[in-house]
Design a protein around this ligand. Sequence first.
Ligand SMILES: [Zn+2]
Length: 242
Amino acid sequence: MLATAAANKLAGGGRGAETQMAELKQAALVLTDISGYTRFITMRAMSLLHAEQIITDLLEAVVASAEYPLTISKFEGDAVFLYAFGDDQPAVAKDVLSQVVAFTTAFASKQRELIAASECPCDAHVHIAALRLKSFLHFGEVVFKKIHQFEELAGEEVILIHRLLKNSVPSKEYILLTERFYQFSGGLAGQQAEQRREQYGLGSVPIYVYYAAGSKLAEPPAADSWRAEKQGFLSRLFTPSK
Ligand SMILES: [Zn+2]
């Protein structure tokens, strides 16, 4: 295994050695992102404020179940960045993948809860059902920096996983694995991933994508005719006429 790299201490000498250090570590990286609001939220202060709150509630519900070794690095707007260290890469990757699959369920459940509890007529609340969750999983060597109580991950692999947010995948709801993560984890048992390639500047990145089978979960409840009507009207608006 690559334990030598994990143990390779880069810096830490000199002044403040006890509070500053940087290490190279093998890590599973996870970026989970919520999208779907862009076309609905107008620039009205209340909608923006409520959109912010709804996204935060959803992200917190999603990561509430995250367990060690999967650790939250930071919240980044509509996304949350997590990592997991471990010398047994296949074991870490399998664990992380099953936790990310559980994120999808937690998201759908919180989304239904928010829809049911909402009485606010603002754009953000009316369109909670339009929100979708996607997750990106990668495995690679990162620079783990610790300055006082702050921890930060840096390096090429961290840049790559963020780059993957912009891609050609024709869906808003999926789990995307880079090739290395796919090899370590073995993918999702009994499910077929779509193999694709994304082009970024210097080269192409092979990826494996699992599309959500249960995207219907996120539809508004049928009993809610007012919202269903509004959804229907909006979907007609966005459907090109023949
Ligand atoms: Zn609202």
